[in-house]
Every structure is written in structure tokens, then in C-alpha cells.
Design a protein around this ligand. Sequence first.
Ligand SMILES: NC(=O)c1ccc[n+]([C@@H]2O[C@H](COP(=O)([O-])OP(=O)(O)OC[C@H]3O[C@@H](n4cnc5c(N)ncnc54)[C@H](O)[C@@H]3O)[C@@H](O)[C@H]2O)c1
Length: 473
Amino acid sequence: MAATFPLPTAQSATSVILVTGGCGYIGSHFVVQLLETGYGVVVVDDLSNSTTESIRRAETIAQRAILSFYQVSVCDTNALRRVFELYEFDAVIHFAGLKSVAESVSDPLSYYSGNVGGMVSLMSVMKEFGVFKLVFSSSATVYGHPHYLPIDESHPLTPTNPYGHSKLMCEQVARDMCRSDPRFKVALLRYFNPIGAHSSALIGESPLSTPNNLLPCITQVLASRLPALRVFGTDWPTHDGTGVRDFVHVVDLASAHLRAVRVLGQVDGQRRKEAKEAKKAKEAKEAKEPKEKEKDGNCFTWNIGTGQGYSVMQIVRAAESASRKTVPLVLSPPRPGDCAHVVANPSLANSQLRWSPKFGVDEMVRSAWEFQKWNPEGYNAGVDLLPVTRGASDNYAPVVLSICANDDTTPTRVCSNLLGLFSYSNAHKRTKSCTEVSISGTTSYSASAFGDDEEEDGAAKKVFGLSTRMLGV
Ligand SMILES: NC(=O)c1ccc[n+]([C@@H]2O[C@H](COP(=O)([O-])OP(=O)(O)OC[C@H]3O[C@@H](n4cnc5c(N)ncnc54)[C@H](O)[C@@H]3O)[C@@H](O)[C@H]2O)c1
């Protein structure tokens, strides 16, 4: 589909961030935090593994709208250039990419062209437009089989599949750019295993095709979308024989990106200060004894994990407990390239980013199940949200819901679910404008909620949408 380039919305925010892949699982959780923190947000996504539904829901959660969305591939340098012409970005957060290990084995070229080609294209446009701060989604797969545990950032880099190689190549592109141009400041965040969903249950992991990762497989089994969970390897040298991984809540992971953006901003100030105060002395010292940081310019690498390992069976049991259902299992031999334990040493992120995870594994699994429960088919089906209108104000008008059913058979649970859904966004907002919700039909319900014309402060009228799936119908 051809990219359209609507004129940018007025930039009231002080700092505008470009989020590539912002419609995806991790990107959409990060967009919520950016909006809640007051940043202006522009999203670029080719929608190869997502829909814009996630962004509409992110806006609903944050009660603020993004500035613009562009359906653009990061590999399309010219289209990207046109986006950069419209905004002065403070930083770019680069989530866009392909992420399936199995697919990368069967179709390596797509991973090299999409992931590595996308990185080259993005960094070339950043340089052209003088945007020098980048946070990149890397992965623990760059380490390959652990040589020791927990894995720190100095661990050997020996990926075992094209996906891991493509991420390592992207890291190399970033490192080389930082060495070649000291204005670049890059954070390479090596994620371990992101799981979980936003506490509103409005956004979560909703892959367009059959999931590859453990938790979406489990929740889809619980929702009867998949028949059983395949457990690969039951004879590993772990406490229960199944593989142990370091799971990190996606909301915690998103907050690491916020910390990284801030730390990269401080590097700017720090460098300016250093340059002014002690340029010559510093250069002499660097020439004598180059440190790790100087070797890579301003390119920083941080593991984002909790440092705690949980086995596949522990995650299954947590999901069973959250859902009060049983997960049927198919015990299978390990896949090529699998290993027993992968656990992060996150102490560098803890100290340098001043980031530490807040959520434990029970909350990770519970929130993932809540998202699945309220969105049985993810964003894929039954979703027909009305477009969010964007106007002079980028704040949503708070809403009060009143329900008018046009027949007597509307199940009570629809109403209570509806109110439950909105109680989240209303909980911290004084309600001040009337909203009308209509529910029609007995088997196929649709609902829409409209802010009325009486919003205060001249706030632009906002339109919300609700899907039948979100209503639990
Ligand atoms: N989820 C994980 O387990 C995990 C672990 C480590 C690293 N990562 C990395 O984090 C990033 C985000 O992962 P996610 O789980 O949110 O995946 P996701 O597939 O949900 O999100 C990626 C988004 O990027 C978009 N996209 C893909 N190729 C694009 C392109 N060429 N141009 C523009 N948009 C494109 C997709 O449509 C999708 O919306 C990816 O780079 C992934 O490799 C993910």
C-alpha cells in the first residue's frame, strides 16, 4: 500500500520521538509510556505483523493521541526521508523488524534485508537529517549458547541462527556509525524474554500469524485457539527438566527504553561539558588508555532482563493458576539450537540506566492471560474501533459512560464488562462529559462511545471506539 503523508499535527510537545515498529507488541507498550510522559510521538510501521488497532488502544490508555502514523517500511529510504522532512525528531526508537528464529532459518534473506537493510536505511536517513539518538531493539539471541551464566554484556557473541546474526549485524552497523561520527549516541538493548501485557488488558501480544513465543502459545491454548502447548525438551539439566529463561514484563521493558532515551540525552550534555572543560587532557588520556566506551564511541549495550530464571513448566503452572484452566501439553524433543538455561546479568542496566524491573513472573503471566481473555482473537477479529480524532489539543476529553440498550436481551455481563473496561481510563480522571453507548442486536453486538460537545478547555472532540471482542460478547 502506498504511503500517505498527511501534514503533521501541531507539535505542542517539546520533544518528538520517532518509534519504528510502534504498532507491534513492545512498541505499542512503549508508545503508551511516551504519551503518558508527555513526548510527541510519530509511529512508522509497515504493518507486516500488526495493525494500527494497537496504537488506537495505546492512545485510549494514555488519553493522548500520537502526532502521526505512517505506513512505511524502514527499508524504504525515500519514504522514511519524507517522514523526517515533516518533524524534528529528538530520538528514534527502532523496534521495527522481523523476529522469528524459525522463519529466519527458512528465509534468511528476508531477515538480512529487512533487519540489517532496515537499520542501514534508518541510520542513513538519521545522519542526513541530523538525528543522532537511537535506541535499538537487540536480543539475547546475539549471545548464542551460554558460555557462562548469568550472561553479561561481555559474553562472547556467537549467534546460532540468521535472526541472531541479523541483530548482531545491526549492532555492528550502529557501533561503526558511532565510531565514525561522535554525534551518534546509540543504546543497544538486548532483550531477554519479554512477556505480559498492559494492566488495562487493552494492548498485549497479538501476532498476525501463529505465535512462536512461549506465552502467546500458552494463552492461545487456554483460549482454545491452539489445541495444546508443545514443550520442547523435558530432559534438560534444570530443576524440572524444561528449559529455563529470563522473562521480563513488557511494561518494564518499555520503561528501559525511556531510561535509555534520557541517558542518551545526558550523554549529549556530558560530552559538551567535557569538550569545554577538558578536551585536550581527555584526548591525551584516551590516546594512552582507550576505554570500552571510547572504543565504541557513544554506543552503549545493556542487557534487559530480570536476572531470574523460570522454567517452561513454571510458566505453564502460573498460567493455569491465573486462568483456572489446564494447559494440555505435547512433550517434544528439543529443537536444534535450544539450550537449557538463558539468564541475564542485568547489573549494568541496573546501575547505568538506573532501571530495574518492577513486575514478577506471576504478574507477567496474569496480565498476558487478561489480555487474551478480553481479546480472544487478539486484534485480528471483531475489532472495529472508530478512528481517534486528533485536533488542536492532544488530550482526550474524559468520558462518562451511560449504556442505552435497544433491546431487552442485552446480557448484563456486556454492560458490566463495558464498565469494567472503562473504569481503567476513568479511574484517574475526573469524568466530565456525557458519553453515549449503544448496543444493538442480540447475537452481533456493536458499540461505540462518543464524547459530547461539552468538553471543557476547548479540547477537541474525541471519538472512542469499542470492539465487540473487548466487550466480551
Ligand atoms: N518479542 C520478543 O521476544 C523479542 C525479543 C528480543 C528482541 N525483540 C525485538 O524487538 C523488536 C520488537 O519486537 P516485537 O515483539 O514488538 O515484535 P512485533 O512483530 O510485534 O513488532 C515489530 C513491528 O515492526 C513492524 N515491522 C516489521 N518490519 C518492518 C519494516 N521493515 N518497516 C517497518 N515496520 C516493520 C511490524 O509490523 C511490527 O508492528 C523487534 O525488532 C524484535 O526483533 C523482540
